[in-house]
Design a protein around this ligand. Structure first.
Ligand code: HEC
Ligand code: HEC
Ligand code: HEC
Ligand code: HEC
Length: 211
């Protein structure tokens, strides 16, 4: 995964604002606050133009379609449009106001506000050990995946975990728990850990850091 700092060093990212901390105080450094940058293209009459930042290999989205229209063939999941899990264009979940009606659909569907991350909202049963969820997600919560099932996947392809859990397994804004969770910490299910909504899942919470 290309880090933002790396892109900046390569001069691939100029004049963009990087988000330094998230709304819960976690360090960010991965997400940008802009979708446009200055373009080298100059019109006949002079003046600068703006160009849409486009990352064709992004796991989240391409600029091929408007958010409102994107879905099938884009980077959603199944044939779902983005709005199914993120809310409508001008009311993307979560709304910061806890009493906002915008949050009601997500609360009713999965028990908490924010993008639809609980696989059980749409799937039944055990999804197994997979990274074929939305944007390459695995099943979330206290599942077989979490309680050690990830062992082989992680050993085979460490970069697959680094993409969201950070280069050294230190966690990132892409590995925050979406709600309070109690997770099994060992194979036998004897020990558990508690994480509060917004905490980062790091690779040393349950065992020695494998990254
Ligand atoms: C099946 C549900 C689902 C669909 C469909 C979906 N997403 Fe997501 N998206 C998620 C989940 C779950 C996350 C992770 C949220 C988290 O980390 O809390 C996420 C995260 C993201 C993020 C990173 C958000 C951030 O700032 O932390 C972006 C950007 C994103 N999605 C864009 C899109 C776009 C664009 C589409 C449509 C092309 C789309 N998503 C379709 C479920 C979905
Ligand atoms: C908003 C509904 C929705 C949510 C939430 C959702 N899925 Fe899906 N998922 C779908 C749909 C629709 C399909 C496509 C089903 C089909 O093609 O028959 C699918 C397909 C899949 C498949 C099969 C993929 C393939 O390539 O064959 C896997 C694995 C999967 N989902 C895992 C997950 C995981 C893991 C999560 C939670 C992180 C999740 N899904 C969340 C709707 C959802
Ligand atoms: C919620 C607890 C939990 C978290 C967080 C967690 N693991 Fe694990 N992991 C386990 C359990 C349980 C096992 C199986 C029992 C054991 O070996 O301790 C396991 C086993 C492993 C193994 C094989 C064990 C070995 O000794 O070789 C690897 C590799 C691994 N995890 C990688 C990771 C990576 C990478 C991350 C971060 C992305 C991570 N784990 C985060 C619970 C966790
Ligand atoms: C697309 C992003 C993404 C990738 C790739 C990813 N994770 Fe995660 N992981 C998350 C998020 C987000 C959470 C927190 C989900 C939650 O609990 O709401 C999480 C949570 C976990 C948990 C705790 C269970 C849980 O639901 O909180 C374990 C264990 C884990 N990840 C291991 C791994 C391992 C091992 C890999 C590589 C094989 C990996 N993850 C790859 C985003 C990712």
């Amino acid at each position: 995964m290309m880090q933002v700092a790396q892109l900046q060093n390569n001069n691939q990212l100029q004049d963009v604002l990087v988000n330094n901390v998230d709304s819960m105080g976690n360090p960010d450094g991965l997400r940008l606050q802009m979708t446009y940058k200055k373009s080298n293209h100059v019109f006949n009459g002079g003046g600068t133009t703006l160009a849409l930042l486009d990352y064709p290999n992004s796991r989240f989205a391409t600029t091929e379609a408007l958010y409102r229209l994107s879905g099938s063939g884009d980077k959603g999941h199944g044939d779902l449009s983005c709005e199914n899990c993120h809310g409508s264009t001008h009311a993307i979940w979560p709304n910061k106001n806890p009493f906002s009606n915008d949050n009601k659909a997500a609360m009713d569907l999965q028990g908490h506000a924010g993008p639809i991350i609980e696989c059980s909202t749409c799937h039944t049963g055990d999804l197994g050990v997979t990274l074929d969820g939305p944007h390459g997600m695995h099943p979330v919560g206290d599942t077989r995946f979490s309680a050690g099932g990830h062992e082989k996947l992680a050993e085979k392809n460490k970069d697959a975990c680094r993409a969201c859990h950070g280069k050294n397994g230190e966690g990132s804004v892409l590995s925050r728990v979406a709600t309070d969770r109690t997770l099994t910490k060992d194979e036998h299910g004897n020990k558990t850990i508690h994480l509060a909504k917004g905490e980062l899942v790091t690779c040393n919470l349950c065992h020695k850091n494998k990254l």
